[in-house]
Design a protein around this ligand. Structure first.
Ligand SMILES: Cc1cc2nc3c(=O)[nH]c(=O)nc-3n(C[C@H](O)[C@H](O)[C@H](O)COP(=O)(O)OP(=O)(O)OC[C@H]3O[C@@H](n4cnc5c(N)ncnc54)[C@H](O)[C@@H]3O)c2cc1C
Length: 424
């Protein structure tokens, strides 16, 4: 079993990194080479800006190359709850922003000819308990009446046409959802940005940032750079002068396993429509197929950080969960196991904007392949004076009380959600 991301292991490496020192000046420095940063760099370069992207490790090495590759519309939370909390008008606008996120990924894949198996296969949210089905059905009624007629319910009796497992009590289908090979997508975006003249430096963490005449000065171990504007696209960063952000984002580990390639007939039985499947538990599990006919199975498993030792422990928990859902996969070999850090905000909604002349976009809270890509393109406009285009512009962002170092409270949060799942 490889303790590495299946997506990064099965995509071409990014080949167009700039060699040599970080030096000179540019219009925009983008900090972070994930989906937000690569999408922003590409959009800024298309607008004619001189862009330098600094990546602490390698392109896509963090969440963007380690996720489930699910590119789904809709909120991670229930639409009715969001509507009650934010007001219908705001909730509908944000819901449509996630639609636009999926559309943006689809458009970039076509425009930049990125071979990443993007397919609108739809998502199914699976009721893990009988009463969850009723809740999903109420949600679907509201969705269909307000923002998403491309949804439908599937009863338990009909579920075999969607999922070959008797663990679920029906489901809610979102037809606009999609899947992709996210390693090929993020590296393809970076190649597209490099083709448009973006200088992409890998192993070049921003370690210092201060105001300088006409903009900002950035320090890296590879040299320093003068830039007129800065975009922080740095996810759960623990590197560099980003304390303000670190007090607002909690890095939460999430983990995945991938089986050996399976016979097509097996997948035709387990996931006949190849949907992106997610269950309704607080400690969610999700699964999908890969372009080479494996089954990917992910979840929170444990509230722990991601590192090879922790990933392996979480992998064992996920394997047991996989066998519960699909007992016929007991004999299937697990070829990959890895984890990544999710950039959680307190309300699980992204944050983007400008503070003290520095722009930022992050906090996608585990629902970000589409939103990060969309926000990259939007932040290019915001930095060009179009702040009104930012869907998150009206959200304030207070620090999380007590969150000043490593997130000591995560095991307590994990225990709380495990108990909630048990009692529900
Ligand atoms: C395990 C897992 C599963 C997920 N599954 C899904 C899914 O199926 N669907 C979905 O929609 N979302 C999913 N997500 C969320 C999604 O992957 C993220 O929302 C998205 O990738 C965020 O992209 P990003 O570019 O903002 O951040 P990242 O991908 O984290 O990129 C930030 C980059 O900034 C770099 N960086 C940090 N600090 C510095 C510095 N000082 N200088 C230079 N570079 C720096 C980092 O090295 C990193 O490469 C998942 C996340 C995880 C972790």
């Amino acid at each position: 079993m490889k303790l590495t991301s299946y997506w990064l292991d099965t995509s071409e490496p990014f080949r167009s990194a700039t060699a040599g020192p970080v030096q000179g000046s540019c219009d925009v420095a983008v900090i972070g080479g994930g989906l937000t940063g690569c999408s922003a760099a590409l959009a800024l370069a298309k607008k004619g800006a001189r862009v330098v992207l600094l990546e602490a490790e390698t392109v896509g090495h963090a969440a963007s190359g380690r996720n489930g590759g699910m590119c789904n519309n809709g909120f991670a939370q229930d639409y009715g709850t969001m509507s009650a909390k934010l007001g219908k008008e705001v909730a509908d606008r944000l819901y449509r922003a996630f639609d636009a996120g999926v559309d943006t990924v689809e458009r970039l894949v076509a425009q930049e000819k990125i071979d990443c198996s993007f397919a609108r296969v739809g998502k199914i949210k699976l009721a893990a308990k009988p009463e969850h089905y009723d809740k999903l059905a109420r949600s679907q009624e509201l969705l269909a009446a307000n923002v998403d007629p491309d949804t439908e319910m599937v009863s338990r009796a009909d579920l075999a046409r969607e999922v070959g497992s008797d663990r679920f009590y029906g489901g809610l289908i979102y037809r606009k959802g999609a899947g992709m090979h996210v390693g090929r997508f993020v590296r393809g975006l970076a190649e597209a940005a490099a083709r448009r003249g973006v200088e992409i430096h890998e192993h070049a963490p921003m370690t210092g940032l201060r105001p300088a005449p006409g903009g900002h000065q950035i320090e890296t171990p590879k040299g320093r750079l003068h830039t007129k504007q800065v975009l922080l696209a740095s996810g759960t960063s623990q590197t560099g002068p980003l304390g303000w952000i670190r007090r607002r984002i909690v890095p939460v580990g999430a983990f995945l396993i991938v089986t050996e390639p399976l016979p097509k007939e097996t997948l035709d039985r387990l996931l006949p429509r190849r949907r992106m499947a997610v269950d309704t538990k607080n400690l969610v599990n999700y699964f999908r197929t890969t372009p080479d006919n494996r089954l990917l199975f992910g979840g929170r498993a444990r509230f722990a950080v991601s590192n090879p030792n922790s990933d392996e422990k979480s992998g064992a928990i996920l394997k047991a969960a996989l066998h519960e859902v699909f007992p016929e996969l007991r004999a299937a070999r697990i070829d990959y196991c890895w984890g990544g850090m999710v950039d959680m905000t307190r309300d699980r909604l992204p944050r983007a904007g400008e503070r003290n002349g520095i722009y930022y976009s992050m906090g996608y809270s585990g629902h970000g392949t589409q939103m990060s890509t969309l926000m990259g393109t939007i932040m290019a406009e915001v930095m060009d004076g179009r702040a009104e285009l930012n869907p998150w512009k009206d959200f304030d962002w207070p620090a999380i009380p007590g969150h000043v170092g490593p997130p000591w409270f995560l095991p307590l949060v994990g225990a709380y959600y495990r108990l909630k799942d048990k009692l529900a």
